[in-house]
Design a protein around this ligand. Structure first.
Ligand SMILES: CCCCCCCCCC/C=C\CCCCC/C=C/C(=O)SCCNC(=O)CCNC(=O)[C@H](O)C(C)(C)COP(=O)(O)OP(=O)(O)OC[C@H]1O[C@@H](n2cnc3c(N)ncnc32)[C@H](O)[C@@H]1OP(=O)(O)O
Ligand SMILES: Cc1cc2nc3c(=O)[nH]c(=O)nc-3n(C[C@H](O)[C@H](O)[C@H](O)COP(=O)(O)OP(=O)(O)OC[C@H]3O[C@@H](n4cnc5c(N)ncnc54)[C@H](O)[C@@H]3O)c2cc1C
Length: 613
């Protein structure tokens, strides 16, 4: 590779007190997964690129993965690669393109990677994601197809429906979206107006968006890409509203891609970010689909129109819960990318003097710059590791659910809701801090950071608006607090409400004990949850109804959910760092990082921590 490494960066790297490969292996799930992660894109680049040797590419990827690397430089070099498929045009940055051109360029690349994923028979979703992410760095027009569309089929469809529809999705015989949100309702699902009325004579559902506010609005890929939707609508059969159900709804002709009769679809227009995702609108004018198109794993409509309810009406929400886990994990990795760019930049950017006449220093030498960046490095590790811990809980609960045991569903909903809100808010704040730490150059699209922000900050809204998600988690936490008040047995995850005590042994003049840190966060969460519960009960004592008292306490209830997530994150970070089997120098460093994360959190929420002593 002809590129020489900047001497300031080489100096910074040479001062590392640990072997970065240990961390990279840990973060990517071990040497074999890491090898696969490196091999896949490099394999395709070799195939595509006429200008760069495979050795060059592997060195780039080695640089990207094992050191604080030139993410910025890598992005530009990939963009400029002359590739067989695109040699006449080359990979152009979409930054200077119109929205239409950017969508088309992303679509070209996404279609290419879809073909290669099939040809390489890549089954693992993570491997598919790594493979695509390099080629389609912004919003992928197929994002909904890859995740929510297929997840909904897998979790809401019967075995027969899965057998019938999933191969179509896997081979891109169809391109799907997940259409739930309407112009008038995104959060309040019970307010959705789209109807699916059962016609018992013809054994069909008649889908209708009766009002302008019932138009489906926001679903990704609806504007141009998708030709099928998993669509959520109010089921009406035998004159009764049976609540929200999911339906397989063809939208566009599979050959001509023209909207089918009764279907009006289009793009909703420019957005704050996410420019290469064609979020769209959909109106249905009495569109008929066969009875078999209702996803009937949990609830059914029999031929005579009889509605068979699900064992639990919340099971229809499972695709959202599943995708919240994806968002929880992506938030940490997005912050990791942003802080990589900002830290590398801070090693090579020389600006101002610390000692007058001593010459301009690397801005990484300023204490303020270190505080801006090291707290975000710690936060990225914390979010990635907490997401792994949450996923372990999810997997064990989900395997029970698949056997019909739904006891963990409320805990799962509370955990995914609160962690999705906590991680995306922390990510948004952190990425913006990284951008500003790069001065004017951070404001350049070429830095890569602005798009990370404008794309991913939408995760604070989609998949459940964050405040609403905190309130959802608070329902569960408040119930647990009420049970704790009565001395009843609690779910494992919230037993600290009954056991947490503040017996901190650390004193201010010694290095803080990690167990004390966990105890402090646990006690803070228990205190805030208890305060929210007290405020709710005070509202009831004032004669307010349950819903009015809930609204009266809602600001504290949101805080309770966030304090719970913060505790879960700190505990996961410390326990995983201690138990990960690192060599001493790496473990020492990571525990320092964990302390930095926890103590920075105490400073940022010092009101809570001082209040609890
Ligand atoms: C390397 C890694 C690999 C990664 C793979 C791929 C990565 C791809 C990355 C792609 C990147 C970007 C793509 C992003 C595209 C964006 C996609 C966005 C999609 C969407 O936004 S879909 C629409 C999302 N919409 C929502 O979330 C709506 C939110 N609102 C609700 O969920 C509900 O209205 C409500 C929960 C707020 C209220 O429910 P409601 O029934 O009206 O009333 P309640 O009384 O509050 O609840 C009733 C009880 O039900 C319980 N409940 C609610 N929800 C759930 C749930 N999900 N699960 C379980 N239980 C639930 C609730 O707790 C109540 O029970 P209780 O009374 O408390 O006992
Ligand atoms: C980039 C992007 C992609 C998307 N992709 C999809 C998709 O593919 N498919 C899909 O179906 N949808 C999609 N959505 C829609 C998304 O799911 C909704 O925007 C989201 O659920 C929020 O609903 P809303 O927009 O109606 O906001 P609202 O719920 O109207 O929120 C507005 C304000 O009201 C507050 N609020 C609402 N309810 C309450 C409450 N009960 N208590 C307290 N405060 C409340 C909120 O906190 C917020 O501050 C996407 C959205 C975006 C931004």
């Amino acid at each position: 590779m002809g590129k020489s490494v900047n001497p300031d960066l080489a100096k910074a790297r040479s001062q590392a007190t640990f072997d970065p490969a240990n961390l990279t292996n840990y973060l990517y799930g071990g040497p074999e997964k890491l090898r696969r992660k490196r091999y896949l894109p490099a394999f395709v680049f070799k195939e595509l690129c006429t200008e760069m040797s495979l050795t060059d590419l592997c060195l780039i990827f080695l640089g990207l993965l094992t050191h604080v690397s030139d993410y910025l430089g890598l992005t530009l070099s990939i963009e400029n690669m002359a590739a067989k498929e695109y040699k006449e045009e080359g990979f152009k940055s979409t930054d200077d393109m119109s929205r239409e051109e950017a969508y088309e360029e992303s679509m070209r690349r996404a279609v290419y990677t879809n073909k290669r994923v099939l040809q390489l028979n890549l089954q693992d979703q993570e491997e598919q994601y790594y493979f695509r992410e390099i080629f389609v760095p912004g919003a992928n027009p197929f994002a909904l197809h890859y995740v929510m569309f297929k997840d909904a089929i897998n979790t809401q469809g019967t075995e027969d429906q899965i057998q019938k529809w999933l191969p179509l999705a896997e081979t891109y015989a169809v391109t799907g979206t997940y259409a739930q949100t309407e112009l008038g309702h995104g959060t309040f699902l019970r307010g959705l107006e789209t109807t699916a009325e059962y016609d018992v004579q013809r054994e069909e559902f008649i889908l209708n968006t009766p009002t302008i506010t019932s138009s489906k609005f926001w679903p990704g890929a609806l504007g141009k890409t998708a030709n099928v939707a998993i669509l959520n609508a109010k089921l009406i059969t035998k004159g009764r509203n049976c609540g929200m159900q999911s339906f397989w709804v063809p939208l566009r002709h599979l050959e001509t891609h023209q909207p089918l009769p009764g279907i009006t679809v289009g793009d909703i227009g420019p957005k704050f970010g996410y420019h290469t995702s064609d979020n769209g609108f959909l109106q249905l004018n009495r569109v008929r689909i066969p009875r078999e198109n209702m996803l009937m794993r949990y609830s059914k409509v029999l031929q005579d129109g009889t509605f068979v309810p699900p064992e639990n009406d919340r099971l229809v929400y499972v695709p959202m819960t599943q995708f919240r886990f994806v968002v929880i994990g992506r938030s940490g990795w997005t912050l990791a990318k942003a802080v990589t760019v900002a830290t590398r930049y801070s090693a090579v950017r020389r600006q101002s003097e610390i000692t007058p006449g001593g010459g301009e220093v690397q801005i990484l030498d300023f204490q303020t710059q270190q505080h801006k960046l090291f707290t975000q490095i710690a936060s990225a590790y914390a979010m990635i590791i907490a997401a792994k811990a949450a996923k372990d809980l999810y997997d064990s609960a989900f395997s029970k659910m698949e056997k019909g045991n739904l006891e963990d569903l409320p805990m799962l909903h509370a955990l995914t809701s609160s962690m999705k809100a906590f991680n995306t808010w922390e990510m948004a704040t952190g990425v913006e801090q990284c951008r500003m730490a790069c001065g004017g150059h951070g404001y350049l699209l070429a830095s890569g950071i602005p798009q990370m922000y404008t794309d991913m900050v939408s995760a604070c809204t989609y998949e459940g608006e964050n405040t609403v998600m905190c309130l959802q988690a608070a329902r569960f936490l408040n119930k647990c607090q009420e049970a704790a008040n009565k001395g009843e047995r609690l779910p494992q995850l919230t037993r600290f409400l009954q056991t947490s005590r503040l017996n901190i042994s650390s004193s201010l003049d010694q290095d803080v004990d990690l167990n004390d840190i966990i105890a402090a966060y646990e006690f803070r969460a228990a205190t805030v949850i208890s305060e929210a519960n007290a405020r709710l009960n005070a509202g009831l004592a004032m004669g307010k109804s349950q819903s009015e008292a809930w609204n009266y306490a809602s600001q504290l209830l949101v805080k309770a959910a966030l304090a719970f997530s913060h505790w879960f994150t700190v505990r996961a970070l410390i326990e995983n760092m201690r138990g990960a089997g690192f060599d001493n120098s790496t473990e020492t460093l990571l525990l320092q990082l964990a302390k930095l994360y926890a103590l920075d959190g105490m400073l940022r929420y010092s009101g809570d921590f001082r209040k609890v002593g």
